[in-house]
Write a protein that binds this ligand. Structure first.
Ligand SMILES: [Zn+2]
Length: 242
């Protein structure tokens, strides 16, 4: 019989399979992204499913399934489950979006232990910030944008907020800067039919990309600026994955 494996993971998504079973996608601390399968977990007396809601931080015991590309869950124990009913709709929406982004930008083929742990820690820290009591809508966007930029970097799509993608010149206060969606970078020349980005946006974007959440959480930033940086990050995501 196959050896039982144990890891800590964050559930990213849940899918119904057949009448009673569930499949899950999880980001684990020791094995990276995992496809998991839970037999009969939707039967009324099943206890597993309560531990496996998306967004839950869980200890998972699992074994490889013969001739399948996923693992069978043989046990699960919640380490931390956010109280989703008590969170604001904004918090819940931001958590869902973040789990979705993580699904999009992580891969099952990652095998380097340090990278695996870094990805897990990044998501864990991000979620912890979302759960701060009384967090403002603006801070939620700020943390989500910081996470997206860090995740893009993690996935090998590091954006460069300092140099023009066409002429390689360092952008300055005198340049008219925009995000070039065709070429996937900031630009000061070439065909510009995108909205102009102020330099302080790029400074904030760079700060969010390079600094840990503990430093991001100390920022006081105007909502309009946060929205602009969020738009740049989303444009870069669109360029990288669509
Ligand atoms: Zn240029």
């Amino acid at each position: 019989m196959a050896q039982t494996l144990l890891t800590r993971s964050i559930i990213l998504a849940k899918f119904n399979v057949g009448d009673y079973d569930n499949a899950y996608l999880a980001l684990s601390r020791d094995y990276g992204r995992l496809r998991l399968f839970a037999k009969s977990s939707r039967k009324p007396k099943a206890k597993l499913s309560a531990h496996l809601e998306p967004g839950t931080f869980v200890s998972t015991w699992f074994v490889p399934r013969f001739n399948r590309d996923n693992y069978l869950i043989v046990g699960a124990k919640t380490i931390f489950k956010p109280n989703f009913h008590k969170l604001s709709s904004n918090q819940n929406k931001t958590i869902s979006n973040t789990l979705f982004l993580t699904r999009k930008l992580t891969q099952e083929t990652e095998i380097e232990p340090n990278n695996i742990q870094a990805g897990f820690k990044l998501l864990k820290n991000c979620l912890a910030n979302y759960l701060k009591p009384g967090i403002s809508a603006n801070d939620l966007i700020l943390f989500q944008t910081a996470y997206l930029l860090k995740l893009l970097n993690y996935a090998g799509f590091k954006p460069d907020f300092k140099k023009c993608i066409h002429c390689q010149k360092k952008v300055s206060n005198n340049s008219k800067i925009y995000y070039d969606i065709i070429n996937g970078g900031i630009a000061c020349c070439g065909l510009a039919n995108s909205p102009i980005i102020p330099l302080n946006c790029l400074k904030l974007a760079n700060f969010l990309l390079l600094n840990p959440f503990s430093r991001v959480s100390k920022l006081k930033v105007h909502a309009l600026l946060v929205k602009k940086v969020s738009a740049i990050a989303k444009n870069h995501l669109r360029y990288c994955v669509e």
